[in-house]
Design a protein around this ligand. Sequence first.
Ligand SMILES: [Zn+2]
Length: 139
Amino acid sequence: MSAPAPFRVLPALDETNEFFWTSGADGLLRFLRCQDCGHYLHPPGPRCPVCGSREVEPDAVSGRGEVLTSTVNHQSWDGSAEPYAIVIVELAEQQGLRLTSNLVGVDLDDIEIGMPVQVTFEQHDDIYYPLFEQVNRGS
Ligand SMILES: [Zn+2]
């Protein structure tokens, strides 16, 4: 079975998270990045945990990464019956830059640790959920 995307509760946007949830409007995933040392921060914070700088701004990443760990949800929490995959993806840009999301469009039995993935977005009004889909090695 190919993994669908589950029902979503929309996040409440505020000034600290709006860039993240609306970033997919142009197809790019963004994280806060320290403008002094280049470190990406996620979740967002007011200052860089590495160098202490307050010069942190949203910056686009490649959207490429790999599956660090995954699980398949079979419980119908919301009345939808389809099992779906929950993954933690580590982005290619930085070790430890991770996003918990869903892996979509892949057979649930084919999901592997280390599987290369890339971001894709699921739009709900102004909000673009960053999800991931499989990419072929070398592509
Ligand atoms: Zn820094």
